[in-house]
Design a protein around this ligand. Structure first.
Ligand code: PLP
Length: 372
């Protein structure tokens, strides 16, 4: 079976150093907010081209805390996409605000700028662009609209660590960037974790307080905060992985281009596009195919894992039934969610594995188009 990703193989590359660093934390007796978190925060701010980075307990918490840091709450609206992992919307709901969903551009899978502007009301306080699959959102028009309507930009960078737009890293365009270290992300820990990047010292300090029970000074609480710190052990793992981010992302890109070549003559397999001024990091390599569910099954029967991110858009989830949004509300989002299929991609994937994936996908697509 060709896996969708292979964390064990990656671990072998960094095993010796990881085990040394993790054991050091264990014997140090310092498990929360120590040297490892500090080092990661400094390196990550520097890497993304921001001033500050603050480690938190997950990518979901990163989004939640960011919204709190801008005092977004009940009566406010936050615009994002429905074609994302549900956490993007959940964070908005946690602060009592209303998620408002704009449709996507079906070619980039990302926020459609024209749809974004249509959704703005006097209650809109922020925009959360999601750099889905590691493809940067076209940020210039987003920034322009945010300025025009005086909105905060909270980038959801959970899938885009290291991706660039006009030479600049995602997470450095908005007021804050929110990253996830969930193990399957392209820069993942050995458990949950996340980080928030920002150029504002004021916001960074507010986040530092919010992640630690609303407190800067022990037992002095200026507001109701969260318990949302990044663990030292997780930071130690991430510090070992940190020097590899770019080379691992580079290998993902190479693998993506190889898939593009393998599918170049197949008209029923639509390969992902990359905008001219962006560097995608292919957190996912996602194609569009006809009769996707059947293709997905055929692949599995023939030894190739594939995944569907995401089969049901957020606005049609049971959890958001209270919004009263019906099928047909976001046509591009709904259409794409029926066609997308993510193929195995990870830095260590071999060309032979990719050829096998491509062979099986082409066979599967031929089979479903004949069956029609
Ligand atoms: C993974 C993910 C999150 C949530 O991150 P966690 O660390 O799992 O909480 C948020 N947004 C997107 C787009 C994600 O892919």
């Amino acid at each position: 079976m060709i896996p969708i990703l292979d964390l064990q193989q990656q671990y072998e590359e960094i095993r010796a150093q990881t085990e040394k660093e993790v054991l050091k934390v264990l014997s140090s007796g310092r498990y929360i907010l120590g040297e490892n978190v500090k080092k990661l925060e400094e390196n990550f701010a520097n890497y993304t081209g921001t001033e500050r980075a603050v480690g938190v307990a997950s990518g979901t918490d990163a989004l939640h805390i960011a919204l709190r840091a801008f005092d977004i709450g009940p009566k406010d609206e936050v615009i994002t996409v429905s074609f994302t992992f549900i956490a993007t919307a959940e964070a908005i709901s946690y602060v009592g605000a209303k998620p408002v969903f704009a449709d996507i551009n079906p070619d980039t899978f990302n926020l459609d700028i024209n749809e974004l502007e249509k959704k703005i009301t006097p209650k809109t306080k922020a925009i959360i662009p999601v750099h889905l699959y590691g493809q940067p959102v076209d940020m210039d028009p987003v920034i322009e609209i945010a300025k025009k309507y005086n909105l905060y930009i909270i980038e959801d960078c959970a899938q885009s660590a290291g991706a660039t737009y006009k030479g600049q890293k995602t997470g450095s365009f908005g007021d804050v960037g929110c990253f996830s270290f969930f193990p399957t992300k392209n820069f993942g820990a050995a458990g949950d974790g996340g980080i928030i990047t920002t150029k504002s010292n004021y916001i960074a300090e507010r986040i530092i307080s919010l992640r630690n029970h609303g407190s800067h000074i022990r037992y002095c609480h200026t507001e109701i905060g969260l318990n949302s710190r990044l663990d030292e052990i997780q930071a130690a793992v991430l510090n070992v992985k940190f020097p590899h981010i770019d080379s691992w992302n580079f290998k993902r890109r190479e693998a993506a281009y190889f898939y593009n070549e393998l599918f170049s003559d197949i008209k029923d397999i639509e390969t992902p596009i990359e905008l001219d001024n962006t560097k995608c990091i292919y957190h996912q390599y996602t194609v569009k195919v006809p009769q996707r569910d059947k293709v997905h099954e055929f692949l599995k029967e023939n030894g190739v894992m594939s995944m569907i991110y995401y089969p049901v858009p957020v606005h049609l989830q049971e959890a958001y039934r209270n919004l009263g949004l019906q099928k047909g509300y976001l046509p591009h989002t709904e259409k794409v969610s029926e066609n997308v299929l993510s193929l195995p991609i990870f830095p260590e994937i071999t060309r032979d594995q990719q050829k096998k994936v491509a062979d099986e996908l082409i066979k599967a697509v031929n089979r479903v188009t004949c069956l029609k």
